[in-house]
Design a protein around this ligand. Structure first.
Ligand code: GTP
Ligand code: MG
Length: 206
């Protein structure tokens, strides 16, 4: 997909405050610091469209970006950020789950996972929650540049084995590096194909 325009639309503290759900929307979710905002910038080939930080907990609101005047890309706060109070963590969780369950034009959720780690309980539980709530999702491994290609591939393969313990099939899986700009075209191709399908079938969300 050629990115002609990518503009920040707004930050929302509630799903009800998000822009009119009149275009297909794709959202990035995952643990704090996994690289959601960085990957959005890499996909849009822009340095600072989404704000990134070395400190976890940077993105605290739902951020909407409009791409090619055609679809929304959404940057969500990370889940499981340990260094905030329990009640704040619950507020973030509520913000995220309410957004996911109520956003009518949300076509697909990209669940980001750091490729360096073994499967973490919090991610596995979140993926289970998506399944229980029939939320369409794909998995995106991030920070692939931090491992040798073989080690990254091994971790992805181990992750698939873990998922197959509870899932009959596997979702779409992408391996990316925001640093090296790899894997982003594949995600954009999926979005382009999905948008074409929605428009050919005259799918409306409002
Ligand atoms: P929150 O908004 O806090 O939930 O974090 P986030 O998931 O948006 O992560 P963010 O994009 O801010 O990145 C966190 C840190 O990881 C930053 O220091 C990034 O530079 C670094 N990072 C993100 N993606 C990559 C990558 O592909 N490779 C490398 N080497 N570092 C990355
Ligand atoms: Mg962020």
């Amino acid at each position: 997909m050629v990115i002609k325009t990518a503009e920040f639309v707004k930050s929302s503290g509630k799903w009800q405050e998000c822009p009119e759900p009149d275009m297909p929307e794709y959202a990035f979710i995952g643990r704090s610091n996994v690289g959601k905002s960085s990957l959005i910038n890499a996909m849009m080939k822009r340095k600072d469209l989404a704000k990134t930080s070395q400190t976890p907990g940077k993105t605290q609101l739902i951020n909407h970006f409009l791409v090619n005047d055609e679809w929304y890309l959404t940057d969500l706060p990370g889940y499981g950020y340990a260094r905030v109070s329990k009640s704040m963590r619950r507020d973030f969780e509520k913000l995220i789950t309410n957004y996911i369950l109520n956003r009518r034009n949300l076509v697909n959720l990209f669940v980001l996972i750091d490729v360096r780690h073994t499967p973490q309980k919090i991610d596995i539980e979140f993926i289970e929650w998506c399944g229980e709530n029939s939320v369409p999702f794909s998995i995106v491994f991030t920070k692939a540049d931090k491992l040798k290609p073989n080690a990254a591939a091994q971790n992805v393969s181990d992750y698939k084995q873990e998922l197959l313990k509870t899932w009959e099939g596997l979702p779409e899986i992408y391996t990316t590096s925001a640093e090296k700009q790899t894997g982003t075209e594949e995600i954009l191709a999926f979005i382009e194909k999905t948008n074409r399908f929605l428009s050919q079938n005259k799918v409306r969300f409002t």
